[in-house]
Ligand binder design. Structure first.
Ligand code: PMV
Length: 326
């Protein structure tokens, strides 16, 4: 009987967004991106190879997944299985400790955990850059969840050099508040949304140009550990990504009315002297970058416009962790 392995990967939230693929098969992005890995919101995955299984099985939150979902998981496992020459099928059980599909990047933590589990279970022991490169093939943003702190995903020139790595441990006065507007599965996946934006938004080329220049400024801001500068650039970059979607035909709008209310409140709190900045992904939820030392105050203020149960406080988190179960 083969050993069962366990892997845990945290979610990451992009401060310079990835929006658009130049190669859909290999998941090569149009632009480089930068994220912050978060503590306490994660996927845990257990994987065992069995010689007597006829196919791979994939359970998510204790529910057996469809053929299509299982196929995506099998494709990732194959990247490792083929390299290691292992013919066995796998039993994969994952638990998301984050609302699934709500723009909270559970696919990032999911594929990062799966890749890390495959790495240990196959005995390949690939280095973290290679692991990041392979995690990318499941979901682009997963390549960033291999690492902790601030992480840069270089778009690269091909499959071999498009991977992520840590640029800063983020052990300064930092926190992120997740304001959950709607925990339900999003109607339009990032994959479909990206393709639609590239094909129909006349603003798309401007998005790619501005993301590149935002990233250069962001790298300087992180180096200086300047939260206000990091926040200002992140907020601007998220708005530019959504602007390119609004200009798609038909428009792609992930926001809900509450999204705007929270954005307004964040702006108001900033005018009162608090360091807080929002960013929004392919969903209605708002993520607020702030100082850990001011986070309780900000949560108190935000609970005036929404339920405090819909506010999750997190801090920078670590990269993937793996272990043997038995
Ligand atoms: O990796 P995907 O396919 O889940 O796309 C992620 C897209 C955004 O979350 C909107 C931006 C990002 O860089 O994480």
């Amino acid at each position: 009987m083969n050993k069962t392995v366990k892997a845990k990967a945290n979610v990451n939230i992009a401060l310079i967004k990835y929006w658009g693929k130049r190669d859909e098969e290999l998941i090569l992005p149009m632009n480089s991106s930068l994220s912050l890995t978060l503590d306490g919101l994660y996927t845990e995955t257990m994987l065992t190879f069995h010689s007597d299984l006829e196919r791979d099985f994939f359970y998510l939150n204790d529910v057996l997944q469809s053929e299509l979902e299982t196929l995506k998981v099998s494709r990732m496992i194959d990247l490792f299985r083929n390299q290691a020459g292992i013919p066995d099928r796998a039993m994969v059980k994952s638990w998301n400790h984050v609302p699934t599909g709500a723009g909270l990047a559970s696919s990032a933590s999911g594929y990062a955990a799966l890749a890390a589990a495959c790495n240990l279970a196959t005995g390949l022991n690939l280095d973290l850059k290679t692991l990041s490169r392979l995690a990318r093939r499941g979901s682009g943003s997963a390549c960033r969840s291999i690492f902790g702190g601030f992480v840069l995903w270089e778009k690269g020139t091909n499959d071999a050099d498009s991977y992520a790595y840590q640029i800063d441990e983020a052990n300064w006065d930092l926190a992120m508040i997740i304001a959950i507007v709607n925990p339900k599965h999003k109607a339009i996946s990032s994959r479909v949304g990206m393709r639609h934006t590239i094909l129909t938004s006349p603003f798309y080329p401007a998005w790619v140009d501005s993301a590149d220049s935002d990233l250069q400024e962001m790298l300087e801001a992180v180096k200086k550990k300047d939260l206000d500068l990091v926040g200002r650039i992140a907020e601007r970059n998220a708005m530019r990504m959504h602007a390119t979607m609004f200009a798609a035909n038909p428009p792609l709008i992930y926001w809900q009315p509450e999204t705007l209310l929270i954005m307004e409140q964040v702006k108001k709190l900033r005018e009162q002297g608090l360091s807080c900045y929002y960013t929004i992904d392919a969903g209605p939820n708002v993520k607020i970058l702030c100082k850990q030392s001011e986070s309780q105050h900000i949560i108190k203020e935000l609970s005036q416009i929404m339920s405090s149960e819909a506010l999750i406080l997190t801090k920078p988190g670590m990269g993937v962790e793996v272990s043997y179960v038995c």
